[in-house]
Every structure is written in C-alpha cells, then in structure tokens.
Write a protein that binds this ligand. Structure first.
Ligand SMILES: C[S@@+](CC[C@H](N)C(=O)[O-])C[C@H]1O[C@@H](n2cnc3c(N)ncnc32)[C@H](O)[C@@H]1O
Length: 345
C-alpha cells in the first residue's frame, strides 16, 4: 500500500490511474501473443496433449520423454502457471480447468492460427517485399487441416452431413480433405456411406493416413494424394461417386478469379456425372459489420488476405454455380458465422 501511495505522490492520482489502465489494456494483446507462443510449443512437442491426458505429470518425465530443454520448459510452465492455465508445483504439472476449456472446442482456433505462424514470423519481410507467399514462406498444412477440422465440427459438418443424408449419398469424394475430420464425422452419422478423401499437400495426406490407420472407420475411407484439378484417375477408380463435397477448399483458388473455380465445378460435373456437388464455404462479411462486431472473422480474413486467398460472398458462390452450368438445389447461408452451404446439380 505504501508503494502505491508513493507512486501517487510522484505521478499524481490521474496519471497513476491512466498509466495502470493503459498497461492493463496493452497486457491483453501482449499476453495473447505470449500465451499462444507457449501453447504452440507445447502442442508441437506433444507436452500439451500429455498434460491434457494425465491428471498430473512429473516435470522430469515431461522434459526427458520429449528430449526438451529443462530450463525453457520450466520457464514456459512457470508463465502458464502465473496466468492460471497450469499448476506447476513441487516438480509436478497439471492442466487447470481453464486450459482444458480452451483446448476443448476452441482448440481448433489455436491450431488454425498456429498454421499461419510462419507467415507472422516473416511478416516484416513480407511487408518489406523481401519475402513472398508462397515462394519464400508457407503455412503449416497439417495444422490448417487439423484446426479447420476441429472448428468445422461445430456447424459446417452437421449441416453438410444432414444434406448428404437427405439427398441419399452413398459414396462421397471430399476435396481438400485435410485431416479427414469431415469424412469421419459423415461416416459416424451415416453408416451406409463410403468415402474417398483427396488432398494435394503431402504432409497433410501423411498425417491423414496416420490418423486413419488408428480409426475404426479405416475400412470405409480411402485417402489419395491428388490435385482436385486433375482427378481423372480417381474418377476412373470410383465411378460410383454420387457426392462431391468440399469444405472451405474452393476458395483457395479464388484469387485466380471466379472462372477458375467455376471451371473446376464444371469439370467435376463431367468427371462424376452421377454426383451432386456439396459446397461449404466462407461467405465474406462486410468490413463495416466486422468493425461494429469484431468477431474471429477478422483474424480469419487477415490469415486469408496475407496468403492471397480471396473470400467470396454468397452472391459470388451463386454466380460460380451458374457459370459452371449448375442448378442450386439447396442453399443455406448463415450470416452469423459467415458460412454458406450449397447443393448443386
Ligand atoms: C482450409 S483446408 C480445409 C480442410 C478440410 N476440408 C476441412 O474440412 O477441414 C483446405 C485444404 O485443401 C487442400 N487443397 C488445396 N488445394 C488443393 C487441390 N488443388 N487439390 C486438393 N486439395 C487441395 C489443402 O491442402 C487443405 O488441406
């Protein structure tokens, strides 16, 4: 108390309060960065999942099993203890409820942001024009798939699975399947369905195969490393595909113009004549709306802008379907989450 009084005597009450409030406001931002960086390093080294799986773990075992620098691990854990995410006492560590809640549904948000960490790491070089995306710096593909997969379980997968069910889908081809989260979800909900997932990114496909090998659904899902613009071999091997799904995949090519995506849709219609196209895509939020209510779409738009991914609005997706010569059988656009779903024939 005497120290507070001394500060007030030196700075005056108004300046002391202003300084304290300013620091508190800055802390939110600075802490977000520090907490994310610490959690990501625990995620990447497997420590995070060890903590979440166990009631309580020995520090020595955590450090030794993953071959980690004890001093750095201790610094990270002390910090996370201070902010109330873990308890680190007497050589033992445990995840606190606050960390468990963050790593439940919102985990996908942390993982998706981690996928873009290399971009932020080189942001100054990108800003100065000394590095370019994707030639000099890329995303972490595995975490794009994992993060997006977890986030989409909340709404996009239930909606698309319901569409598949109502249209009687039996064999699904999922474009840009990532870590197969959608196909797992669909197979769990629709016992008759069999699936093929394709993704262009080799580390993502390797990770998908790892996950699939351990899944009881492995019999019903196949993963192929392929470019969705070149699916001749897949079409030949699976003439019975009756549903071509794509969750947040087409937009990766919108920077090349709507004609590129419309052309792809037209080609898919020819290659898989028995199939309906199911599109789950971001629908751009007007900036004015985000300014009024700065939701997570602000971060989402930033990640996409920095990596030259254009986001279309719902009208754009309708235009592309029409350009591709497809009719819209069904449409659901959720402005509240900035996502739209279309069934095309
Ligand atoms: C934003 S992620 C969406 C992942 C997944 N659909 C989901 O539900 O979480 C986009 C995925 O599309 C993949 N992709 C991008 N271009 C592709 C292409 N030409 N052919 C196949 N996959 C592609 C990326 O590697 C990435 O895994």
């Amino acid at each position: 108390m005497s120290q507070v009084l001394e500060v007030i005597r030196l700075l005056g009450l108004t300046k002391s309060i202003r300084t304290k409030r300013g620091m508190d406001k800055a802390l939110r931002h600075v802490r977000g960065y520090a907490v994310c960086s610490c959690l990501w390093s625990l995620l990447e080294t497997g420590v995070l999942d060890r903590l979440l799986e166990a009631e309580d773990a020995a520090f020595d075992a955590l450090a030794d099993e993953a071959g980690l620098d004890r001093h750095v691990l201790e610094s990270i854990l002390m910090y996370l203890d201070g902010v109330g995410l873990v308890r680190f006492d007497d050589g033992r560590v445990r995840a606190l409820p606050k960390l468990r809640r963050l790593m439940a549904e919102p985990r996908g948000f942390f993982e998706l942001t981690y996928a873009y960490e290399p971009i932020f790491h080189r942001l100054t070089d990108l800003l100065r024009g000394r590095a370019r995306y994707p030639d000099d710096v890329g995303r972490l593909g595995k975490y794009v798939g994992r993060g997006s997969g977890q986030l989409c379980r909340a709404l996009p997968y239930p909606i698309l699975t319901d569409m598949l069910r109502r249209h009687g889908a039996r064999k699904v081809l999922d474009l840009g399947c990532g870590d197969l989260a959608f196909l797992f979800y669909a197979c769990e909900a629709l016992p008759e369905v069999r699936c093929v997932g394709v993704d262009i990114d080799p580390p993502t496909v390797a990770y998908a195969r790892e996950v699939l090998a351990e899944s009881p659904l492995a019999e019903r899902i196949e993963v192929v490393q392929a470019d969705m613009f070149d699916l001749g071999a897949v079409a030949e091997a699976h003439p019975d595909i009756d549903a071509v799904t794509a969750v947040d995949t087409y937009h990766e090519y919108l920077a090349e113009g709507e004609a590129k995506v419309a052309g792809l849709m037209r080609q898919l219609r020819t290659q898989f004549p028995a199939a309906l196209l199911y599109v789950g895509e971001f629908c751009k939020q007007p900036h004015e709306k985000l300014r009024r209510r700065p939701t997570a779409f602000l971060e989402h738009h930033l990640y996409h802008d920095l990596t030259n991914q254009t986001i279309s609005d719902a009208a754009g997706w309708r235009r592309m379907a029409t350009q591709a010569g497809l009719a819209i059988l069904e449409e659901k656009v959720f402005d509240i989450v900035g996502h739209g779903y279309f069934v095309l024939r």
